[in-house]
Structure formats: structure tokens, C-alpha cells
Write a protein that binds this ligand. Structure first.
Ligand SMILES: Cc1ncc(COP(=O)(O)O)c(C=O)c1O
Length: 412
């Protein structure tokens, strides 16, 4: 472990089989973690173990396999809930952040949002924290408004407070922007929204994987996140909801296991969170998520955050030396998640990503599912490098060298 490192990156890398592969004959430099992270062998083995040893449905069968599967599924819920400062009854397993916001749209929004109501979101949101509210507002005859941004890519608090005076029913915002990396002061925003009588939903897709999150101290009503961005499998994530809210909401999907009793003319509902988990759930991946939570917990989320801040600091200073480099987002690494969006002069981000791929470097290019934000930035797309626990200074050096090569190709 290098003295300058908070995490033992070499040891961590050894846990990720995919990092041993070569891409185009080069070492894989994986910098697309905001899209999805790689999986440690502990997660892969948890999936293998479930399918090899105790594959069975949960909450139904009294046989040994059924009991083992149920136990592992609920143990994972407990771990994941604890990881975000919630209790198991407050954590609904969903497919990911997108399903979580849509669950709130249907199960809460259809019941509680009325004609003429106001819903607030912000200009820095991923589409999954915009489109469900557009659909809800259209359906209910409500209005959707957007909190603006400051030139330094932070949330415009004057705009936020001004809109709160209009008495919104729901306020939806991200904990950490997937484009700018901006970290919002969730507890302050939630406290203000609560004083204005609004319900809050926070998109934690880019926060839970990278920093310690405690929904209790954040004071939000709902909090959404995705397992695949936190070293876990795809197809599993979480929706935290305040217990009282979950209790008064309508179900999301109807079917097996979400009911208490079914009659010909009506049904009654199971307890929360099962009321929202209809049909056969994603057993294997929820167990895999539990393994990812164990992995991150063992590293320590404060260390994970410190590691990323150091890396960001290094990346911001190194990449600023590249000709034509322009960064989008707060410049202070301590106010930013491990996401670095940039452009290089007028080189198209897709061209840049293709050239970097030749070097074995994976970054994302495009609109990052944040088209309103792209318009606000006045660009059609950006390139984005994003970090996780297995990234280190050598990855930043490789990125810098790749960008310089691209600069030479485009004669910048
Ligand atoms: C900030 C943010 N919110 C929501 C999402 C959607 O997550 P998922 O595709 O896992 O539902 C993403 C994914 O990129 C994201 O970065």
C-alpha cells in the first residue's frame, strides 16, 4: 500500500477478476463507475453459492432450501438497511433507482398528488428523477418546476427557497449529480422542504456507493439507490421510505406475496415492505447486494470517500494540464463525488471515448441521461471519468496520457 493511499488499492484490485483482463492488449483502466461498477469475487461467489447450494423461492416453502434462501434474502435486507441507517421494514428491494422513483410516483404520487399541486425537481437531475414526475404531473393536472443552478454548478438556494414558498407537495433532488459530481446538502434541503410541508425524495444513486449515508440524519422521506453502482449485481437496489409513509401508500404491483388476503371483489395488503414486493423477487441479486455491502463496510465508507477525494484532487490538477481540457462541476474536490465530466476543445466526446478505448481506458461519453442539464451547460454531450475503490493515481495518469494522445490526433 502506498503511503499516499487511504485504501490498499493493489489488494482491492486483486478481488476484482475483471481487472485482470486486457482490452485491446492493454491493462483495463475502468473509469465508467458512475454507469456501473465492477464486482468483487465476494459478490460473484455469493451469487454462485446461492445458485449452487440453496436456490429456492423465498417466504413460501418450509423446506430447508426455502428457509435458507429466505434467511439470506432477509439478512441482506438487514445489512443493506443498516448500511444506509434504516431499519429492514423501511427498505423495499427494487430493481434500482429508476424503479424506486417510479414506485414513489405510483404508490405515493397517485394517491397524494392532486390537481393544481406543485412538484419540484432540479436542473441537475438524471432523467429517472425527472420523467416520473412529468408523467405524474401530466396525469394529475399538477405542475412540475425546476430549481435552478449557480454558475459554479451548485444548487441555487434562492431559487429553491423561492419555489418552496409556492408550497410544493413533493420535492425531488439528487444527493450527488452523476454529471457534475455536485454534492447537495441533503439535510438542509430536506429540513427546508419539511418546513414548507413537502414530502422529499432523494436520488442516492451516486452517493450510497461513495460515502457514508444515514437516512435518519438526512431527514428525507424517501431515498433511492442502485446496487450495481456499489459493487453489487444489476437488477437490485433499494427504496428507503419512512415507515408511516410506506404504511399509508398504495401497493405498486399487484400479485403474489404482496397480499394478506384475496377475495373475489377485493384484497388486503401484506405488511411493509412486502406490500411493495409482488411476485418472485430478485433473490440472487439481493444476496449479492448483501455481499457488496459487506465488502464496502469492511473497507469503511469514510475511507472510500477520502480515497475518492484524493483521487479527484489529483485528477483535477493533472487533467487541467491537458490542452483544451474543460471541466464541468465544482472545482473543490471535497464538495464533489467521484465524477469528472469534461470536454476537450471541440473534440466530440464519442471520438474521445473511442480513442481512449484503444488504450484500454473505459469512460462514458454522451448526455448521461441528463439532457436538461446538458442544455444548461450548453453542450450536447460530455466525456465522464468516474472513480471507485479500485482506481488509483496510475489510472489518472493513463487517462491523462490518453487525452494527450487524442489531443495530438486532433492537433489541439
Ligand atoms: C444520479 C442517478 N440517478 C439515477 C440513476 C438511474 O439508476 P438505474 O439505472 O440503476 O435505475 C443513475 C444511473 O446512472 C444516476 O446516476
Amino acid at each position: 500500500m502506498l503511503e499516499t493511499e487511504t485504501l490498499d488499492v493493489e489488494r482491492i484490485r486483486a478481488d476484482f477478476p475483471i481487472l485482470r483482463r486486457k482490452v485491446r492488449g492493454k491493462r483495463l483502466v475502468y473509469l465508467d463507475n458512475a454507469a456501473t461498477t465492477q464486482k468483487p469475487r465476494q459478490v460473484i461467489e455469493a451469487l454462485d453459492d446461492y445458485y449452487s447450494r440453496y436456490n429456492s423461492n423465498v417466504h413460501r416453502s418450509v423446506h430447508t432450501l426455502g428457509e435458507e434462501a429466505t434467511e439470506a434474502y432477509e439478512a441482506s435486507r438487514k445489512k443493506t438497511a443498516t448500511f444506509i441507517g434504516a431499519t429492514p421494514k423501511e427498505l423495499v428491494f427494487v430493481r434500482g433507482t429508476t424503479e424506486a422513483t417510479n414506485l414513489v410516483r405510483f404508490a405515493w404520487g397517485e394517491k397524494f398528488v392532486k390537481k393544481g399541486d406543485l412538484v419540484l425537481t432540479t436542473m441537475m437531475e438524471h432523467h429517472s428523477n425527472i420523467v416520473p414526475w412529468q408523467l405524474l404531473c401530466k396525469n394529475k393536472g399538477a405542475t412540475l418546476k425546476f430549481v435552478g443552478l449557480n454558475p459554479d454548478c451548485t444548487l441555487d438556494l434562492a431559487s429553491f427557497e423561492g419555489l418552496l414558498k409556492e408550497g410544493p407537495r413533493l420535492v425531488a433532488f439528487t444527493h450527488c449529480s452523476n454529471v457534475l459530481g455536485t454534492i447537495n446538502d441533503v439535510s438542509a434541503l430536506c429540513a427546508k422542504a419539511a418546513t414548507a410541508g413537502a414530502t422529499t425524495i432523494v436520488d442516492g444513486a451516486q452517493a450510497v456507493p461513495h460515502m457514508a449515508v444515514d437516512v435518519g440524519s438526512l431527514g428525507c422521506d424517501f431515498y433511492a439507490f442502485s446496487g450495481h453502482k456499489m459493487l453489487g449485481p444489476t437488477g437490485i437496489g433499494g427504496l428507503y421510505g419512512r415507515r408511516a409513509l410506506l404504511e399509508e401508500m398504495e401497493p405498486f404491483h399487484g400479485g403474489g406475496e404482496m397480499i394478506r388476503e384475496v377475495f373475489l371483489d377485493h384484497s388486503t395488503w401484506n405488511d411493509v415492505p412486502y406490500k411493495f414486493e409482488a411476485g418472485t423477487v430478485n433473490i440472487a441479486d439481493s444476496i449479492g447486494l448483501g455481499a457488496a455491502v459487506d465488502y464496502l463496510t469492511a473497507l469503511g465508507m469514510d475511507k472510500v470517500r477520502e480515497h475518492e477525494v484524493r483521487l479527484l484532487k489529483y485528477a483535477l490538477s493533472e487533467l487541467a494540464k491537458v490542452k483544451g481540457f474543460r471541466h464541468y462541476g465544482p472545482e473543490d474536490p471535497s464538495k464533489k463525488g467521484g465524477v469528472l465530466s469534461f470536454n476537450m476543445a471541440d473534440v466530440h466526446p464519442h471520438d474521445l471515448a473511442t480513442i481512449l478505448d484503444e488504450e484500454g481506458i473505459a469512460i462514458r461519453s454522451g448526455h448521461h441521461c441528463a439532457q436538461p442539464l446538458m442544455r444548461w451547460l450548453d453542450v450536447s454531450a460530455t466525456s465522464r471519468a468516474s472513480f471507485h475503490v479500485y482506481n488509483s493515481h496510475d489510472d489518472v495518469d493513463a487517462l491523462r496520457a490518453g487525452l494527450e494522445k487524442a489531443g495530438a490526433i486532433f492537433r489541439l
